[in-house]
Write a protein that binds this ligand. Sequence first.
Ligand SMILES: *[C@@H]1O[C@H](CO)[C@@H](O)[C@H](O)[C@H]1NC(C)=O
Length: 219
Amino acid sequence: MASHFLLLALLAMAASLAMATDPTQLQDFCVADITSNVFVNGFVCKNPNLVTENDFFFPGLNHPRNTANQLGVNVTAVSVTNLPGLNTLGISIARIDFAPYGLNPPHTHPRATEILVVLEGTLSVGFVTSNPDNKLFAKVLYKGDVFVFPQGLIHFQFNAGHESAVALSGLSSQNPGVITIANSVFGSKPPISDEILAKAFQLDKKTVDLLQAKFWMNN
Ligand SMILES: *[C@@H]1O[C@H](CO)[C@@H](O)[C@H](O)[C@H]1NC(C)=O
């Protein structure tokens, strides 16, 4: 009896683990019909007879993006919304441009592990494990170096050099999602009560109000 229960518990755990990543496809492809008003987990398939090579194509990731913003960073995400052929395939890509000392601020991807390769420049990167350890794994990366950020963990990338930097990231979801920590906490709409944030961050309400009045980039 006890061993049956253990087996069931293990099976349940395995099932919930499998559901933590994008489901596998049941056909060669299911190009997203972005305009459909049927709502499913992902997107419904475009008629396969109308699918063309352009549904699997996204040009121009070689072009540098404009980094003239408060963080000095520009993330070009190529996911299911701008590359519909990615629907059901469990993968996407992003180009990240950094101005000198540009920062991709602490954020998490709720649905994806990220694997990053530095194409140009020097990046100081890191991620923090979950409670209770909250251990920081950090490293300085140079051109050609690869680093992986495990799914769901808070991570960042900082251009530690005085030249521009460029990285490419592969992500294990067609729709990784981004939660930028500062923007989520201090820039929510409507705002979280300053009483709650003051207690949570050990600040006085005035400091919280000041933080909430700022503009937070949500890249
Ligand atoms: C990123 O770059 C593109 C093109 O260079 C620009 O249109 C866009 O506004 C930039 N985004 C940010 C957040 O600076």
